[in-house]
Write a protein that binds this ligand. Structure first.
Ligand code: ADP
Ligand code: MG
Length: 396
């Protein structure tokens, strides 16, 4: 069912609550190291301000577990948002209660007020109705632009929608839904999925679902080693989840039955330790990985095989780096796959925090069709699950 969209409703003169995903990375000095998520939120802010709304916004940041944690304050985010918008963003150190009420009541059209980190209040993750009612107090319109949090039934995502007259999707959420719906519901023929990253257990439900939709699945990263071990290969000291071996065999069998091309790495960059200047070896097709060594990147023949698949695809979804891309010595495979995606004529969708970092590191972010701001949420969406945050919005 389609949901109401911000562009279809009157916003002028209204006091609008915008739920953002400003869960940005901070360095030890408390400075924002990547403001992609703040930049991505600007179209909704500009639309509301241009059309005479006043804005109350907030987000979660980190995991403060229901109490105030000074290092996780949204105050630096308010400052950065103000710089990007070119206007002062007011800040309130409370989310609900007298102080927040007063700040909201004083707000004039064209002004922006940011409330403190929603997770400083225990009611947020508990989806608490009283907390949600407090957030909704004095609000005429709720706008959800926090795709990265939509897979959580939290108070500012789910329960709040039952305390406001109207709950709609913002521009960022709408863009996420449009691109991911294309992949989840109407994938074209030649739909290629590339999965990598750390843990296979995180991604097995997604893989199971994708087997019914994709034409080809490429596996890299640490998760490949659980599949390779399941097939009897010597994987040395590579990262393996032994409790998933049977499920991996099962998935592989299902892929064969359905005629889905399922490619695992055929060669590997291996080393004894994850360090910049450690001695590397290439393990060639047919060889095993020596006992003390770990597979840390896909090898050159695998890159070629994966490139060939990328070249014939019309839609590509990529989640999870092909190796330990944070260390230069093991970043080659991930960088080459990122470049191949950028060069391809296919519609390309990348999801996941580390995958996003990898695409930025490769310098190709502007040549990817859609970079999802939500890692877990994107995987849930593509697994065919309803996201509580989207389900809660007003029907169009
Ligand atoms: P995303 O955040 O994009 O969803 P993940 O969090 O699943 O991706 O995985 C990213 C992590 O996987 C990175 O920290 C990377 O170093 C690690 N990784 C990738 N390949 C390997 C490997 N072969 N061995 C160990 N870790 C790996
Ligand atoms: Mg990650």
């Amino acid at each position: 069912m389609a949901k109401k969209f911000i562009a279809d409703v009157t916003v002028g003169g209204r006091r609008v609550f915008v739920r953002n995903d400003f869960n940005v990375p901070l360095n030890p000095a408390g400075e924002i190291t990547d403001d992609t998520r703040i930049q991505a939120a600007l179209p909704t802010f500009r639309h509301l301000l241009d059309n005479g709304a006043s804005i109350v916004c907030s987000s979660h940041l980190g995991r403060p577990k229901g109490k105030a944690v000074a290092e996780l304050s949204l105050a630096p985010v308010a400052r950065r948002l103000g710089e990007l918008l070119g206007k002062k963003v007011l800040f309130c150190s409370e989310t609900v209660g007298a102080k927040a009420e007063k700040a909201k009541a004083r707000l004039r059209p064209g002004q922006v007020l940011m409330l403190e980190n929603l997770r400083f209040h225990p009611g947020e993750t508990l989806n608490d109705p009283a907390f949600a009612a407090g957030l909704a107090s004095g609000i005429d319109l709720y706008v959800d632009d926090a795709f990265g949090a939509c897979h959580r039934a939290h108070a500012s995502i789910d329960e709040i929608t039952r305390h406001v007259p109207l709950a709609v999707a913002g521009f960022l959420l709408r863009k996420e839904i449009d691109f991911l719906t294309l992949a989840a519901e109407n994938p074209p023929d030649d739909y290629l999925v590339i999965l990598g990253g750390a843990k296979v257990s995180d991604k097995l439900p997604l893989l199971e679902h994708l087997l019914t939709q994709a034409d080809a699945i490429l596996i890299g990263g640490a998760m490949a080693y659980t599949f390779l071990k399941a097939e009897g290969m010597d994987v040395g000291a590579s990262r393996v989840e032994n409790e998933c071996l049977e499920l991996c065999r099962d998935l592989r069998r299902k892929a064969d039955e359905r005629g889905v091309r399922f490619l695992l790495p055929c060669d590997h960059i291996v080393a004894c330790r994850i360090e910049p200047n450690v001695t590397l070896r290439i393990v060639r097709p047919g060889e095993g990985i020596p006992g003390e060594m770990m597979g840390l990147d896909i090898g050159p023949e695998t890159v070629e095989a994966f490139r060939a698949e990328i070249g014939r695809a019309r839609l590509i979804f990529w989640n999870g780096p092909m190796g330990v891309f944070e260390v230069d010595a093991f970043s080659g495979g991930t960088m080459k796959i990122a470049a191949a995606l950028a060069a391809s004529a296919a519609t390309t969708i990348v999801g996941g925090g580390d995958s996003l970092a990898a695409v930025n590191q490769a310098g190709v972010a502007d040549r990817i069709s859609h970079i999802s701001t939500g890692g877990g949420a994107a995987l849930e969406f593509l697994s065919g699950n309803q996201l509580p945050g989207i389900a809660a919005l007003t029907e169009a």
